[in-house]
Design a protein around this ligand. Sequence first.
Ligand SMILES: Nc1ncnc2c1ncn2[C@@H]1O[C@H](COP(=O)(O)OP(=O)(O)O)[C@@H](O)[C@H]1O
Ligand SMILES: [Mg+2]
Length: 369
Amino acid sequence: MTRQNIDLQDEILARLVCSDGFCKALGERPSRVRQLPLASEPDSISGRVSLSRPSVFRLAVSFDGGREEICILKLKSERIIKNGIELINCDRSPEFQQKLEAARSILGYDGSHIRESRFYGGVASSLGVYLPSFIGSFYDAETELYAILMREYGSDRAPNVKLLLDALDAITDFHAHYYNRRECVDSLLLNHHTTDVYREQKGILLGMLDRLEAENAATFSPEHRRLLYDFALHIDEHHASLPKHETLTHNDFTPRNIFWRKSEIMIYDWELACYQCPEHDLVEFLLFVMSRMSDGEIVSLIEYFKEKLFSKCGVSFDGETYGRILRFNLLEYCTNRLSLYRVCNKELHVDFIDELAKNAERLLTLMKI
Ligand SMILES: Nc1ncnc2c1ncn2[C@@H]1O[C@H](COP(=O)(O)OP(=O)(O)O)[C@@H](O)[C@H]1O
Ligand SMILES: [Mg+2]
């Protein structure tokens, strides 16, 4: 393969494609690699945070003998985290900057550029039916870029209520497999927010709430606003009162990271994977899909998730305890990820973030929180 065969504007990408790591991932040296236009423009939040540099490329890889494969190359560098921190500290406060630089694992993005390749390389093979076929990953020391090479997929259909239930069924298989198996934190390089992490880093959550005062006044009822602030202030105590109920979660589980195919559901973009309550994935999923649903439909999704989870994990909680688990996860989502999206959105202007916040207010009301 010669450099001239590669029709790539991006020099860094060209270097990666010529590297030994790329050929090793493919198993043999390609005779030609062409960059193709993406089937659809990626519309992810982290894509926006990475600013001008695209992170997903579509490649036609040809081999001697005429075989050709279409692959997706996903690039990540630590730069995305630095860009994100700048967006969170929207008023450039030195005090808040100090907090963000001291420790910020609570936000979930530290290490995200390497986590996904570790995940695909190490996740239980029985869960592979839900994952895109992973060809390999490699690191380019000169550019400090991690790259993942995988097969290309797409969605054949739009999700209806039945498919939403199928997605919940699929994710609870992940939850059940790793249920209370803390060792996966190390083997899959997962985030893990312990009570100590919440205690030490809750200042970041409070700092984001401070920066969202005007936005929250327009979205949440006065009671919910007070509740969010009180919750963030005592989040470590709330966390300590939860039963032992943690597992591998996707932690970015939205229809945007699912391929809806005729015969299967495929879940991708595992870079934020985290060891925490499985209900985190439920809450996030609901906030993304509930806009056009009736209250009854939302409640039926919650019930479906609970039944699947309890039967697959062989656990059960009384109504009060399970209510506490749901409450923690919804409030944690509102004060952590949703706050992060909303602070960043002051600059990014991603259209669906406002809708997410409205859904959060509705879900707080529906769940009588
Ligand atoms: N295996 C794949 N096949 C086809 N398209 C993909 C594949 N992986 C990612 N993409 C496209 O790239 C976008 C961004 O990839 P994703 O893994 O979700 O990263 P992020 O959301 O962190 O930028 C996806 O929304 C999708 O449009
Ligand atoms: Mg994504």
